[in-house]
Design a protein around this ligand. Structure first.
Ligand SMILES: Nc1ncnc2c1ncn2[C@@H]1O[C@H](COP(=O)(O)OP(=O)(O)O)[C@@H](O)[C@H]1O
Ligand SMILES: [Mg+2]
Length: 343
């Protein structure tokens, strides 16, 4: 397997334009993320057309900023990489075409990356993690338990049957009239709320490692509406905020316990003593704390979580993935059909 020491990677699958330069798959020389959060917040979610146009505006600025941060020139790179899917096609095209153009003008290879492989690889950054391990991948679009057998071979052993965790966070927040994206907002509110204030249901699903969050989302929204109505139309803002805190804490508690229990059971069943968490929701403080407590009490287990900057979408993880899985030819075959689907 060729080792591309310095990889410049682009990530533009959704609403972040990101460019990073990573050395030997682990050392981050530069990581630039241009967020579009403010643009989409006014619509309460990502607008694909607006996202694509914003990527066109930002990509060269982010590229130059990454080169400056690393103190490198394009000629110093050994390969270029970009996320090819899954994601919003108008957004993906910007990063993919930029990466391919850079490859063309420098004569260095272009490596195509699957966004989910990249989230899994985020835990290699600035760490000594090596397979085998179990990865709990939790983002706005995905919730999966992945057995990472080797750098190249991954197997999905569990997934959500309906909403992804991040999606449930965003929807519950919206129903509580909180801003987008809801995950970080609910996480912050949860820290000072009562997790036992609302008894919320934990879904029962057939597969031992599968998840379902749509029932919890609906139950949370109903419980909040009912409690909000009881407060009456003239409720003081402090009262409404206390209610939001308690609902955030109760919702988060139920989500975290569900994810935690299934992940640990899955690790034990597959004889894996290393657990990693990845994806936007891995930034969640409640989730990180629950797993941290577990490994403190069970020293036979090891836990890896990405640095905060590498939880939500970023390009450093794309470079890390391209390094361990450098796919140069037959991109459609390799990146799309081998995308993380169940055998
Ligand atoms: N602290 C947090 N707690 C819970 N969810 C979070 C937190 N930070 C981000 N998220 C959620 O992560 C999701 C974004 O994940 P990310 O991997 O960046 O994007 P995508 O799903 O497009 O790949 C959003 O749903 C967001 O609400
Ligand atoms: Mg993502």
């Amino acid at each position: 397997m060729p080792a591309y020491r310095k990889i410049l990677a682009l990530e533009s699958s959704c609403d972040d334009t990101a460019v990073a330069i990573v050395e030997d798959g682990r050392r981050v020389l530069a990581s630039v993320i241009t967020s579009q959060t403010e643009l989409h917040a006014q619509f309460g979610g990502v607008v694909p057309e607006a996202a694509a146009r914003e990527h066109i505006e930002s990509v060269n600025v982010a590229l130059q900023a990454a080169l400056d941060q690393a103190g490198c020139a394009l000629e110093d790179m050994d390969a270029f990489a970009a996320t090819l899917g899954p994601g919003l096609i108008g957004s993906l095209l910007v990063g993919a075409n930029t990466g391919k153009t850079l490859s063309l003008i420098t004569g260095k290879p272009f490596l195509g990356v699957n966004h989910l492989y990249a989230h899994v690889a985020s835990n290699y950054l600035e760490s000594d993690l090596a397979p085998p391990f179990l990865c709990l991948l939790v983002s706005g679009g995905h919730t999966q338990l992945i057995v990472v057998e080797s750098y190249e071979t991954m197997r999905i052993v569990g997934s959500t049957l309906d909403d992804a965790v991040g999606e449930a966070y965003d929807k519950v927040a919206r129903l509580m009239a909180l801003p987008y994206p809801g995950g970080p907002v609910l996480d912050r509110l949860a820290a000072s709320g009562n997790p036992k204030a609302f008894a919320l249901p934990k879904a029962t699903v057939d597969g031992p490692y599968d998840f379902s969050f749509s029932g919890l989302k609906t139950a949370s929204a109903r419980a909040f509406e009912k409690a909000r109505t009881l407060l009456g139309p003239d409720a003081e803002s402090a009262q409404v905020e206390a209610l939001q805190r308690d609902m955030a804490a109760s919702f988060q508690h139920t989500v975290v316990e569900t994810l935690f229990e299934k992940t640990v059971r899955c690790a034990q069943a597959h004889n894996l003593s290393t657990i990693t968490i990845a994806g936007g929701v891995s930034a969640n403080r409640g989730l990180r704390q629950r797993f941290e407590r577990f490994v403190q009490e069970n020293p036979a287990f090891r836990l890896y979580v990405p640095q905060m900057a590498f939880c939500t979408d970023n390009a450093a993880m794309v470079a890390a993935s391209a390094y361990v899985n450098p796919i140069t030819d037959d991109i459609r075959q390799e990146v799309f059909s081998r995308s993380l689907t169940r055998p």
